[in-house]
Design a protein. Sequence first.
Length: 208
Amino acid sequence: MARKTYGMSRRRSGARCAAIGACALAALLIPTRNWAVIPAEEEELRPAHNPAAAVTTPPRVARPTTTASLVWDARTTAGLPLAADARSTRTAAAAHLDAIEKKWGIRVQGIRRSAGGYMLDFRYILTDKSKAAPLFDRAVKPHLIDQASGAKMLVPNPPKVGPMRTANKMLEGRGYFIIFGNPGQFIKPGNKVTIVIGEVRLTDLVVE
């Protein structure tokens, strides 16, 4: 009877050791959780631990709103109509200069400020002598009118030099100039002006 009891005790002891070993193995294989004590009010604010949701739910990425992106948006929206308007303006200006050439036989190259802004330099190329003859009448004194204010600018006439305009012989394909005074830098770049030479009126010329 004592031997039987001793055998049963050994079997129970072996079963207990196996159970302890199984628990230790489970503790190594199963990830543990931080069981820190959290107050009730903080537990309500803390999100629930859900490993599956953390893996399957992709993070939400906000669209960047940097200055560069805003500039790009402005260029792709407001920029396109502005570019179209600029092209239309250049086309209208070119058509206007073509009309001047057909009527007066000169190809206008432009009117620019010079001498620090105190003079206006008008340049053109002669393309038809018969049409451009009135521009070369030395008895006629050219003048320039600022279309916005009506201010009138004359050609300087220094004693030793004479009127500051080309007095060369008329040759088609040759460039010519007329210099107008601009006292006080009154006329600014972008102003529209009209050049009057006798019966010739060259309107809507933009100062550069």
